[in-house]
Write a new protein. Structure first.
Length: 170
């Protein structure tokens, strides 16, 4: 995919992309989220290839803070229901152009940044309105490998995939 060659930063939505969109609470009211391990591996591969990864969520979640720290994500935007201002701030902070940023989201609140990004994607279970405008619709659902699939497209387009396979004797 031609657009993927210019990507220097991947911006991920959280609920419905990094997770399946479910929110579970324990008996004490503490939020529990499940993150896909394969998605996490792909995030590390992107980072190792020199591509920064950031997250932009409409909600605030301690579980996300823990996962972001575990993955070494330095740019974590939470409680951003209207995401375009955070996207613009990210561009200013990184001095990147929109065409150098890839975004993946699943719902209407992601639409403004998906339209502006250089490469846009959504999970298979995203809302129909997003599927009409994104560059790539993943076969995987949110929280079930969509981040991994999106990352692989970028890594393959940039000629990084063979080096990753070689690390695993493939």
């Amino acid at each position: 995919m031609n657009k993927a060659r210019a990507i220097k930063l991947v911006l991920l939505d959280v609920d419905g992309v990094m997770t399946d969109g479910s929110i579970t609470y324990d008996e004490g009211g503490k939020e529990i989220k499940s993150f896909n391990v394969r998605d996490g591996a792909a995030i590390k591969w992107l980072q190792n290839a020199g591509i920064e990864v950031a997250v932009l969520s409409g909600r605030k979640s301690r579980a996300l803070e823990v996962r972001a720290k575990e993955l070494g994500l330095k740019r974590v935007f939470q409680s951003q229901i209207y995401k375009l201002p955070a996207f613009e701030q990210l561009l200013a902070d990184t001095r990147l152009s929109p065409r150098e940023v890839a975004c993946i989201g699943d719902d209407l609140h992601d639409l403004s940044i998906l339209k502006r990004a250089g490469l846009s994607g959504c999970p298979a279970d995203a809302v129909p309105e997003l599927k009409k405008v994104v560059d790539y619709i993943c076969q995987a659902k949110g929280g079930r490998g969509a981040v991994r699939e999106f990352a692989e497209i970028i890594l393959k387009s940039q000629g990084q995939w063979k080096a990753i396979l070689k690390k695993f004797d493939l």
